[in-house]
Design a binder for this molecule. Structure first.
Ligand code: UD1
Length: 362
């Protein structure tokens, strides 16, 4: 059996890494195709190096573009790859443009599609990832989920129960596996902050960083937070560009308790947030990673597709309003944060379960 696994953007790499490891010692051929949606060293190659992911057999080098351009270009280049490599399954992960584009191509070629991290729903169709999730799930043949909530979402959409398997979270597999290595990185010292006495910030959602008003407002909130707790802000390329073009750079530079840096490698970032007092973010995956590590997370979004992290984890869904962010911040600083931990099947063994499902079919 040959599985063609697709990766495209930063959050995909850590989801595929444990599967590559699990399938290595099996009879299944696990071949990786990189669409090239992310291409910078910091956004792509560093993950392959640190997570020991086998080199992709093919890189489609699509690069950036509008959603239509990027999606179309991935589809145009992925189709001949499928025809050439003749996989028995195409496996896609997460919710990025590469996920939806490649599942569409495969299904039209009659190749069954497996979606890992199926069923998550923010119910916000203005979010590009939500469209990618809906499109991918409706055409997938095997839907592997991270939580009960995702199973319920899929069943409510009419997906037959026999296509759905809750397997756990492959991103947490990687986190558990990489923790000892990350612990050697000494990241707080590199930024001149003390363990447990700083916050970590990431921001990149178009709904937050493509609007000058919202981005300026969020920077105002960070200004208030940093007056109480030093912050390390790892800036995504999209956010960096927008801060400059909206004329906000001076304002950010004037915050003397904010340390700015480019996107960090997987291990550096893990060591940074696992030692932090709290994380402020609009990322999807970080809500899960902090919940597992029991680090408080303030999610500056109006909705989340990862409700399990609010319910059982350490996540506060605050939206972007300053008073709500500062209220959650106050609770955490007073030591009244959520305890977190204990999300079912987030035990570092999701990839093994996925491997077993395919072996049972082969
Ligand atoms: C993509 C995913 C998002 C994920 C995020 C993680 C979609 C719809 N979005 O968003 O779900 O959370 O990745 O980072 O697939 N750029 C670079 N170097 C790179 C990649 C991008 O400079 O290696 C810049 C380009 O200017 C590009 C912009 O970032 O136009 C946005 O990249 P894109 O891939 O369109 O989406 P992300 O915002 O990264």
């Amino acid at each position: 059996m040959r599985i063609l696994a697709v990766v495209g953007a930063r959050p995909n790499f850590m989801k595929v890494a444990p599967m590559a490891r699990a399938f290595k010692s099996s009879a299944v051929d696990f071949t990786i195709v990189h669409t090239g949606q992310h291409y910078d060293q910091a956004m792509s190659q560093s993950f392959f190096d640190e997570l020991d992911i086998p080199r992709p057999n093919l890189n489609l080098e699509v690069g950036s573009g509008t959603h239509a351009q990027q999606t179309a270009e991935i589809m145009r280049r992925f189709e001949p790859a499928c025809l050439d490599l003749k996989p028995d399954w195409v496996l896609v992960v997460g919710d990025v443009n590469s996920t939806a584009a490649c599942s569409l191509v495969a299904t039209k070629l009659g190749i069954p599609v497996c979606h890992v991290e199926a069923g998550l729903r923010s119910r916000d169709r203005a979010m590009p990832e939500e469209i990618n999730r809906l499109v991918t799930d409706v055409i997938s043949d095997l839907l592997l989920t991270t939580c009960h909530e995702a199973d319920h979402n899929l069943l409510a959409e009419g997906i037959p129960a026999e296509k759905i398997h809750m397997v756990g979270n492959t991103m947490i597999d990687t986190l558990a596996h990489m923790l000892p290595k990350a612990a050697q990185r000494q990241m707080p010292g590199r930024f001149g902050v003390e363990p447990g006495a700083y916050g970590v910030v990431t921001l990149h959602r178009p709904s937050n960083v493509d609007s000058p008003e919202i981005l300026a407002d969020l920077l105002g909130t960070l200004e208030a937070v940093q007056s109480e707790l030093p912050l390390v802000f790892a800036i995504h390329p999209r956010t960096r560009k927008n801060i400059a073009s909206f004329g906000l750079q001076g304002r950010l530079d004037a915050m003397n308790q904010v340390r700015l840096c480019d996107p960090l490698s997987y291990l550096d970032f893990l060591d940074l947030y696992r030692n932090s007092r709290l994380v402020l973010t609009d990322s999807g995956g970080i809500q899960e990673e902090t919940s597992w590590l029991k680090i408080p997370c303030i999610t500056m979004r109006e909705n989340t597709e990862r409700g399990v992290t609010v319910e059982l984890g350490t996540n506060y869904l605050t939206g972007v309003a300053r008073e709500r962010i500062l209220k959650a911040f106050g609770e955490v600083m007073e030591g009244r944060g959520k305890p977190g931990g204990g999300i079912p099947l987030w035990d570092g063994r999701a990839a093994e379960r996925i491997c077993d499902i395919f072996l049972a079919m082969s």
